[in-house]
Design a protein around this ligand. Structure first.
Ligand SMILES: NC(=[NH2+])NCCC[C@H](N)C(=O)O
Length: 205
């Protein structure tokens, strides 16, 4: 793969990773609820889910989805249901109020599990791979080039969310955020439910 092509791939992956959405909400929630380790764990396991989709994409997910639109629908609806459920959980945690917001403790195994699940169910991610990443792939591409694509997507996503978790868990930032945890929970709850509704109600243009 020519370096210039890789650069545009990396830029697109970085933009996808940095755009706010359910994945950012996930890392934020686990950092707030558990601190640095669960936050970083969520970011790393989320990257595994990203890698899984990237792998499917280089193996021809785009063509598969185009051939079986119903499958695509089912995957995105399943994902939407999961995001809506996470949104409801966030809203209910928010109602507990400022003081008890700290009590919403998450552990690293929980963060790991949700990291993978959010990556797999995030409709933004599915769309990203089917619509954007698949354009970098041609059937006659070498295995090395395909591996580079998968690793690039995975490493950029992982690095971004680990950075986010590290910054958010900084001793100056974390207490400030935790005091506002009820607002953050409410905002992420509304955002997750809105995204889920949007997936169910219409095409994600
Ligand atoms: N390369 C990607 N598109 N990564 C997925 C990240 C999704 C998006 N940043 C979110 O928080 O929902």
């Amino acid at each position: 793969m020519p370096f210039s092509l890789w650069l545009s791939l990396a830029a697109i992956c970085a933009m996808g990773a940095m755009s706010p959405g359910p994945s950012l909400a996930l890392v934020l929630r686990h950092t707030l609820g558990g601190g640095r380790l669960p936050g970083v764990t969520a970011g790393l396991f989320h990257a595994l889910g990203v890698g899984f989709y990237a792998l499917l994409t280089v193996l021809g997910l785009g063509a598969l989805m185009a051939r079986f639109p119903l499958l695509f629908q089912l995957v995105t609806w399943g994902g939407a249901a999961y995001l809506a459920w996470l949104g409801i959980k966030a809203l209910r945690a928010g109602r507990a109020g400022a003081v008890q917001a700290h009590a919403v403790i998450t552990t690293s195994p929980q963060a790991a599990r949700e990291g993978v699940l959010v990556a797999l169910s995030n409709p933004k991610l599915i769309l990203f791979f089917v619509a954007l990443l698949s354009q970098f792939i041609s059937p006659e591409m070498s295995v090395t080039a395909k591996a580079i694509i998968v690793l690039t997507a995975m490493i950029i996503d992982g690095a971004w969310y680990v950075l986010v978790a590290l910054l958010l868990s900084h001793s100056r930032v974390l207490p400030w955020l935790q005091q506002r945890a009820h607002w953050i929970n409410r905002a992420t709850g509304v955002m997750l439910i809105a995204l889920a509704l949007r997936v169910v109600l219409g095409p994600l243009a």
